[in-house]
Ligand binder design. Structure first.
Ligand SMILES: [Zn+2]
Length: 294
């Protein structure tokens, strides 16, 4: 297969464990150029519909895992330009739509599941469209800003989707994106990869939610490929998937304590090289320009 991010050969062995969902085995292949990993095969449309029903939106989160999204950073960037049309692609419950509306933006959401579309529209009073096909069929005016918060890593065909979104932007409009860099680079990821051959290969029963596990290099090349000119690309390192904090009962769980400590050391080392190391990115790119090179 080709790497969905940089389009190079993606057929190397990946350290990421395989998953089984509805009897189908999904393995991960590593890109030989950018080091990102991609799911093989990609889930088809019918499988995606079952993966992302209302049950997905209602999932309980682990109270010891911090929420890595930075809505405040998105809103700070929105304040830097005159208000216009703002599309939140993957708007979820619509909290960012409401916040953008309060800043004077005409906020429009897009969601994958029809029930979530109805609920979010009723809750926020903002227009919410059902998936990319509804967005294609809508007669939206040129869009000033599109936001994708923790979305790209879920897309089996990210190039097609993001290219289409970039085509909706007015000249100089922004695509803002943020999400995980599960393939780093950072010390935490490197240590887990080094230890992978020593651990028994486990196959987990769960849907392949993150079909892409990106590196900094793969993610930046991807944004260039879709025709965006980089305005900013910042990297941080959050605790996830390690616990953000420990309780006294955790002290008896050696693995949990080890992951917590490894992340602390990794965050310290990444702080020494903040433009290259980390596990989470925040990107703003302008439509109609030329971006960073590989
Ligand atoms: Zn690649």
């Amino acid at each position: 297969m080709r790497c969905p991010l940089c389009d190079a050969a993606c057929d190397g062995p990946a350290a990421v464990g395989s998953v089984i969902f509805e009897g189908q085995l999904y393995v991960y292949r590593q890109c030989r150029r950018c080091g990102s990993a991609a799911c093989d095969p990609m889930p088809d449309a019918a499988t995606l519909a079952r993966m992302y029903g209302p049950a997905y939106a209602d999932q309980d989160s682990d109270p010891c895992v911090e929420d890595p999204k930075s809505p405040q950073m998105t809103l700070d960037w929105l304040r830097q330009r005159p208000s216009g049309v703002f599309v939140d692609f993957g708007c979820g419950s619509g909290s960012l739509l409401q916040a953008a509306s309060c800043l004077g933006w005409k906020a429009i959401g897009v969601e994958h599941d029809e029930a979530v579309v109805r609920e979010t529209e009723a809750r926020t009073g903002c227009r919410v469209l059902h998936g990319l096909s509804a967005l294609r069929g809508s007669e939206l005016p040129s869009v000033d800003v599109i936001h994708m918060g923790d979305v790209i890593e879920h897309l089996p065909s990210p190039f097609e989707v993001v290219s289409h979104l970039v085509g909706l932007l007015r000249a100089g409009g922004w695509l803002m994106a943020q999400g995980p860099l599960e393939a780093g680079p950072c010390l935490f990821t490197a240590a887990l990869r080094a230890a992978a051959p020593l651990r028994p290969r486990r196959v987990t029963q769960m849907p392949p939610y993150h079909v892409l596990q990106a590196t900094v290099r793969g993610q930046r090349v991807f944004f260039e490929r879709v025709g965006l000119a980089e305005v900013t690309y910042t990297i941080s390192e959050v605790a996830w998937p390690a616990p953000a904090r420990l309780s006294t009962t955790d002290l008896h769980q050696l693995r949990r304590v080890a992951l917590f400590m490894l992340r602390k050391v990794s965050q310290w080392s990444s702080a020494l090289n903040p433009t290259k190391w980390g596990n989470r990115y925040f990107y703003v790119g302008a439509g109609g320009g030329r971006g960073a090179s590989l």
